[in-house]
Design a protein. Structure first.
Lengths: 416, 88
């Protein structure tokens, strides 16, 4: 028993000086079986499932900053699996199932809260589109319910149902969706991977990838060279930069997405609500702050901050949905760098370089995918071939035309 | 972020619509699959100076090539896309 009530009480009497780091801070070894580049949620989950599912424990996760400093700590914490295309539906459903068992699995309280995700519709056409998506989900064994306006009104008080421009006509509800404490996901996976022997190397930035005769042999880092025959890239917004070190040019653009937290208020919103007439999603954290966001800014960016027009648009969406929230102040706003792919769907798979595997293209849906992404990526790295769940997420689908375009927006990364 | 439009002067970026990187050359219709794939999908996506196309839809409606540092959003240069200097 590592944590107990008794230890807490003893700690309270001794100034809480008994706490020790939850994972080791090892020196890099000269060689590992497998390297994961990127210590975000996906990289840590990959390392954990490599160790747990495949028995590969001679693994290092290379993180250029510290654990939790990137998108895993910058998102709006929503989990769901309400996708239309079969490849996406099955993959995200796997992820939701892993979320449901995650806390027991890694023995860490990630505050998984299945409070429901409600997508509002505002027109007959949108209702039909949501009915179709809900039916597709149910055919795939995923829960979905189409609510009418009365059911939405009963479920979410405070909505401006009779908005003159975009009246709420109903919603598509996934009750098993919800939110997760995002930082705890990073810490939980890091600790669980570390327990199984994975080395988590922080402040260890990859500066070069060594490729000899079409095969990876190792990386150069700010903490020295490290050899490995299998390397998985999970660098999110920096994927293009890392892949370029191996001579790859990816179908990715990096864009900035902003998120916001209001001042803490009493419980006002017990589910996740998304606006159907704009791009906007909102929930309330257990601390009381409203957590919300909208669209990406829409232009290439590696700056972890955005600009004011999107801030204004997001606030307008918030107030259009919940007029009472106009009285709130927002406390914080920040940005994360999204790896926007050309069809809006992710890439998990092999590359033309032997031993080099790629995990990127998460657009702004990466957080909910964290467990399944790690699970599938671990399978791909361990066996050298994709699992059926990620078989459609290949890098070469853009060349062959087998793209997964949920939105039908085409090769326009800023519109997905 | 304010974009220095060559026609209208510095304007808020909400007046503009972003297209993507400038300088992509559309291949000939009978070009190879590789050439079309590279044009359609593959991007340099640099973390530094980036030449990109913006449309001043709520102003002079000109297409503009902007040279911008995507790490800081600092704009170094903007020129009309029809100007051969900018099109290079």
């Amino acid at each position: 028993m590592r944590y107990s009530a008794l230890a807490l009480i003893r700690g309270a009497l001794t100034g809480q000086r008994h706490w020790t780091p939850a994972w080791r801070d090892p020196e890099p070894k000269p060689a590992y079986d497998t390297l994961i580049v990127g210590g975000g949620g996906h990289g840590l989950a990959t390392a954990y499932y490599l160790a747990k599912e495949h028995g590969i424990t001679n693994v290092a996760v290379l993180e250029k900053s510290h654990i939790g400093s990137g998108n895993v700590g910058r998102n709006t914490t929503i989990i769901r699996s309400n996708y239309l295309l079969p490849a996406n539906t099955h993959f995200y459903e796997k992820s939701l199932q892993l979320w449901e068992g995650l806390e027991q699995d890694i023995n860490f309280n990630a505050m998984v809260s299945q409070r429901g995700v409600l997508n509002l519709y505002h027109s007959d056409a949108q209702r039909d589109a949501y009915a179709r998506r809900g039916n597709a989900m149910r055919l795939a064994g995923v829960d979905a319910e189409l609510l009418d306006a009365a059911a939405v009104r009963a479920m979410v008080p405070g909505l401006d149902m009779e908005n003159a421009r975009f009246p709420v006509k109903g919603g598509l509800l996934q009750r098993r969706g919800g939110t997760v404490r995002h930082d705890a996901v990073a810490w939980g996976y890091a600790r669980a991977a570390d327990r199984r022997g994975v080395d988590i190397l922080q402040n260890c930035e990859v500066t070069g990838i060594d490729v000899v005769q079409g095969r990876v042999v190792g990386v150069q880092t700010t903490r020295g060279p490290i050899r490995a025959r299998r390397i998985g890239l999970a660098a999110a917004g920096n994927s293009s930069r890392v892949a370029a070190m191996a001579g790859l040019r990816l179908p990715i653009e990096s864009h900035v997405l902003q998120a916001f937290v209001s001042e803490g208020i009493k419980p006002a919103l017990d589910t996740v609500v998304t606006f159907g007439a704009g791009h906007f999603y909102i929930s309330q954290s257990d601390k009381g702050g409203l957590v919300f966001g909208g669209d990406i800014d829409g232009y290439n960016s590696y700056a972890q901050r955005g600009n004011l027009p999107v801030v204004e648009e997001v606030m307008e969406c918030a107030v259009a949905l919940f007029p009472a929230f106009s009285r709130l102040r927002y406390l914080r706003q920040w940005g994360g760098i999204m790896d926007m792919s050309m069809d809006g769907s992710p890439i998990i798979g092999t590359t033309p370089i032997e031993g080099l595997f790629l995990n990127c293209g998460w657009c702004y849906g990466g957080f909910k995918a964290t467990p399944a992404s790690g699970w599938c990526f671990a399978h791909t790295i361990a066996t050298g071939a994709p699992h059926p769940l990620n078989a459609a997420f290949t890098l070469d689908r853009f060349r062959t035309g087998a793209v997964l375009d949920e939105k039908g927006a085409g090769a326009t990364p800023n519109l997905h | 972020m304010r974009i220095p439009c060559p026609c209208c002067g510095a304007r808020g970026n909400e007046e503009f619509t972003y297209l993507g990187p400038a300088g992509l050359t559309r291949p000939a219709p009978d070009a190879s699959e590789d050439a079309w794939h590279a044009y359609m999908h593959e991007r340099e996506n640099p973390a530094g100076m980036h030449r990109e196309l913006w449309w001043h839809g709520q102003g002079c409606r000109a297409w503009i090539v902007v040279t911008r540092d995507v790490r800081t959003h600092r704009i170094e240069h903007a020129a009309l896309a029809r100007d051969p200097e900018a099109a290079r």
